[in-house]
Design a protein around this ligand. Structure first.
Ligand code: SF4
Length: 183
């Protein structure tokens, strides 16, 4: 079995989910969101085909990573292949995040997507909407997107957001000049 990736696995990301993470950049996305940061990952015939076995070996070699994030492109177009990788990632102790332009509700519509969902801890769902863009959101680009606690959502049969990432980021403003730190 092979998966189409946009690049090699990235390590040490701190912006694609909680902690220090490896990122699997999948190739192919038909959502074509205006303002997408990765339009080079849209084409379904570009990137490179990689044996799943090689991806699993690469996961074995990861050091110092809290988890793996599926991003792209949209990983859900390759849900079957991603499910195999996500299942293995969980088995070696990595937590799993996934970014998708589909909605959580769309993930329930096919067996392959449901299988993938079973191994995802956090799903950031929904297309990027430029008019809803904000730089004050945890791990998402636009306000319509949701940072979803997947195990809880499956258990409760409804979308449950990750509590600590529900609200926008707030920054404490220094009150006095001597509270600033100069490096
Ligand atoms: S779903 Fe993601 S990768 Fe696809 S077009 Fe939208 S922002 Fe870009």
């Amino acid at each position: 079995m092979q998966i189409r990736l946009a690049s090699d696995i990235q390590r040490d990301s701190i912006v694609d989910g909680e902690g220090i993470r490896a990122v699997l950049w999948t190739q192919g996305c038909a959502h074509h969101c205006r303002g997408c940061q990765n339009p080079s990952t849209w084409a379904f015939d570009k990137g490179m085909l990689v044996d799943i076995e090689d991806v699993l070996l690469a996961l074995d070699e990861l050091e110092g990573q809290d988890g793996i994030t599926f991003s792209g492109g949209d990983p859900v177009y390759q849900a079957k292949e991603c499910a195999v990788i996500a299942r293995y990632a969980k088995s070696i102790g990595l937590n799993v995040w996934c970014y998708t332009g589909f909605l959580y509700e769309d993930m329930l519509k096919t067996e392959e997507r449901r299988e993938f969902l079973n191994y995802i801890d956090v799903l950031v769902d929904g297309q990027f909407i430029l008019e809803e863009k904000s730089l004050s959101l945890y791990f998402k680009g636009s306000k319509n997107q949701r940072v979803i606690d997947v195990p809880r959502s499956i258990k409760e049969k409804q979308v449950c957001l990750v509590e600590k990432y529900k609200n926008p980021i707030t920054y404490e403003q220094p009150k006095r000049r001597d509270e600033y730190i100069y490096i």
